[in-house]
Each structure stands twice: as C-alpha cells, then as structure tokens.
Design a protein around this ligand. Structure first.
Ligand code: GCU
Length: 420
C-alpha cells in the first residue's frame, strides 16, 4: 500500500515537474525483458580472458560511451594557472584551513575562470581528499561569510530572490546539509568543491558558454555534452590538486550527487588518477541500467536536458534495447579501483534496483582483475551497506546527499586508503 502510494506520487510528481504528459514506469512487472551487453565479450563476440585483454576491451567500451552517450571530450592542451583569492587558517574553530583558489584555464586565447573552495585538516601533512561539484555555488555549501558569492550564471528562483541569473547573499549556506565539512575534517580528509556552473551553466545554450568556449568549432553527433564537460573540469581540478602540498593527489575520491554523480562516474571512467569513485543517486545516465526502463528513461532525460549528452544518445529514445552499452559497463570502466554507489528508497526516479544491478553486473570485470566487486547478489536492506571493491547502500529517505551517505563514503575510503 505504502509502495503503491509512493509510486503514484512519484508518477504525478515527475510528470508535473516537466509539465508534460510523461508516465514513468515504477512497476517491475511492467518492465520489458532485456539482455545486458557482456562487458567481457569483445565487439566481435570473442571472450576477454585476462587483464591484457581487458585493457583492449576497456578501450572499446570507452569508445562506445563516447560515441553513443556522453560525447567525445575534445583534446588539445589547456594551460592552467591559479591564484589564491582568500585563506582562513582558523576555519572550523581552528581545525581547518579554508582556501579559495581561482583557476584560469586558457586555450588559444580563450579563457575560463573556475573557483575552487578547499578545506584541509590543519593536523598532519598530506591529506586524502573528496572532490565534487556543487549545484549552486561554493558559497552555498557553508555559511562562512568569507566565501565569495559565485558570479557565474545560476538558475532563476523567485523564492530564493534570484531573478537575473545572479546569485544572492541570502543563498549563503543554503546547501550546507549536503556538505558536512566538519565530519570530513575530523576524519582527516580534505574537501575540494567547485560550482558546476563555472564549468558549464546547466541550460541549453547550443554549447557556446562554459567549457565549450574553450573548444569552439563545428559540432557533430558525437560531440560532448554538459555531463562530459563537468567531468573534464573535475580532471582539471585534479591537475591543480597535484600541485597543492597539503593534498595527497594519489588519494583523491571523486564524488557527485545526482546529475553531478553522472559527471563523477564519467570523470572516474576517463581519468585513472581518481583513486575512488562515489556516485550518489546518479540514476539514468549514471549508475542505473537504462534497459530496465524504470523511473527516468533515455527519452525523458534527453527531452528535459537536451544539453547533457551527445546527440547520438537520442537515437535510443524509446529504443533502449538498441543501446550497444549499458551503465554497468560504465561502472566496469572504473575497475579495479574502488567504487561506491548509493541510492535512496524514496528516489525511485533514479531506479535504486537498477543501480544495484549495475554494480552486480560490473563485478565480473573486477573479479577478472583479482578484486571482489560487489559482495552478495541480494538487494540489501535499508542502511545495510555492502562493502567489497564495489560498495553499495540504499538508505531510507529522499533524493539527497546527507550525513549518512558521507559517513558511508568515509568508512569505505578508510578501508581502501588504509591498505596503501
Ligand atoms: C532530475 C533529472 C535526473 C537528475 C536530477 C538531479 O531529476 O531527471 O536525471 O539526476 O534531476 O540532478 O537532481
């Protein structure tokens, strides 16, 4: 009864959210039969037998995701410069250093400015660190009055007093519940975050602003979209973190929630320097299997957010069965590095079961590489994390990233970093 009510609510909610008649399926019995592509079979159907074979197969899968889902990230040298714009060495009652750093990315005379907000424990020398994009500006993650309000484009929101796509003072600290900085510092971890809109504002402008301004030129059906732009930016921040003396760049966890979780996964797949990858409720185009057609679908995401993926992804609107890849293979691209995926019970739009099954279906690749993958095949109870080289939890509650989630990421990261 409770589940039926929840489903009805989600159905109406997601339809209303996009102002269109869209009926999402929340009934396992109504899902189509589907077959997942086998990550351990080459495109020519020959089996992958060992780690050397996997390197070749990995390149095939990466190329399929580039051409059919996220788009190809342009190549070409981008020059990186940085300057510290503020520093507080007594943050969090003297426990942490809080630093804002402006990165200038320059290519062929075009520049992009991005602001990194860093927190580092004062005790100790080199720290492991979480790196993640935020939704609304660095100033929203803490109520500290020293953090600059973002100058980048933000979505208008009358309730918050944002009317001219410019953020306002009253939003300071508005997302602090998603960023428990003190808990991280107490556990010996640093944090680096940047506003996703510094890299690419989250609206469809025909790929002109943000990262796209660094790579102008004709676009094609496999040109990158915003999710790939965000992922690329995470790697540029890692380039910078490699130069920060208080950061152990070999222990950087890339993480993201929801659309920013999709970006974290694609960043982790492309950039092996990320030691651990964390996806929080990343759903469709993230950790959830597309072929299940449960919750958000390929057609729905391409319609609501036409700028997120490459044009080719639209070929699979209502044709998920034709997709040559599915999201378990995105997770497999992270192997053998530790990966943690989490879902929330009331977030059926992101298809928790589909996220869990993707972890299970990525596991044979981990096993081939001598790692455990996801332990167990049963969908776990609420608040019962599964912890192998792939970790997974589903918690009670809504679509959000909260202290329970972060505590689980910390516990997971502790295990793998202690082993080094
Ligand atoms: C929408 C979208 C999801 C996305 C989410 C978010 O619900 O449909 O794909 O993950 O926004 O980013 O919060």
């Amino acid at each position: 009864m409770k589940t039926a009510l929840l489903s009805a609510f989600l159905l109406i909610f997601s339809g209303a959210l996009f102002g269109q008649a869209f009926v999402a399926n929340y009934d396992e019995a109504k899902m189509p039969a589907y077959t997942l592509p086998d990550p351990l079979l080459f495109n020519n159907e020959q089996p992958v037998k060992d780690a050397v074979g996997w390197t070749k197969r990995r390149a095939e899968i990466l190329e399929l995701f580039e051409n059919e889902v996220y788009g190809k990230t342009p190549t070409g040298k981008v020059h990186l410069a940085f300057r510290v714009i503020s520093e507080n060495r007594e943050a969090l009652e003297g426990m942490a250093i809080q630093r804002e750093v402006q990165l200038t990315l320059e290519k062929d005379g075009n520049t992009l400015l991005i602001n990194v907000l860093l927190y580092l424990p004062k005790a100790g020398k080199k720290h492991p660190l979480f790196l993640g994009l935020n939704f609304s500006g660095n100033h929203t993650i803490s109520d500290d009055p020293g953090i600059a309000i973002t100058n980048s484009w933000v979505r208008n929101n009358a309730a918050k007093g944002i009317t001219a796509n410019k953020s306002v003072e009253s939003t300071r600290g508005s997302d602090s519940a998603s960023w428990p900085v003190r808990a991280l510092i107490e556990r010996g971890y640093g944090l680096a975050t940047i506003y996703c809109g510094d890299l690419d504002p989250d609206f469809d402008d025909g790929f002109k602003n943000g990262v796209h301004s660094l790579f102008p030129g004709p676009r094609s059906s496999n040109s990158w979209g915003t999710v790939a732009g965000w992922a690329w930016g995470l790697s540029r921040v890692l380039d910078y973190l490699e130069k920060v003396k208080e950061v152990d760049a070999k222990r950087v966890v890339v993480l993201g929630h929801s659309r920013l979780g999709k970006a974290a996964l694609w960043a982790g797949a492309n950039d092996p320097r990320f030691a651990i990858v964390v996806s929080n409720e990343s759903g469709c185009g993230g950790a959830a299997l597309s072929k299940r057609i449960f919750g958000e679908t390929v057609e729905r995401i391409n319609t609501s957010f036409p700028h997120w993926f490459c044009e080719n992804f639209r070929k699979y609107n209502r044709k998920e069965e034709d997709l040559p890849v599915d999201q378990h293979e995105l997770l497999a691209l992270i192997a053998p590095r530790p990966l943690y995926v989490c879902s929330a019970e009331e977030d059926q739009w992101s298809d928790p079961k589909g996220e869990f099954l993707a972890c299970a279906a990525a596991s044979p690749v981990y096993k081939l590489l001598g790692k455990e993958g996801l332990p167990g095949k049963e969908f776990p109870d609420l608040q019962q994390p599964l912890t192998g080289t792939i970790g997974y939890h589903i918690r009670s509650g809504k679509h959000a990233i909260n202290l329970y989630d972060w505590t689980s990421f910390l516990n997971f990261s502790d295990i793998y970093f202690a082993k080094r």
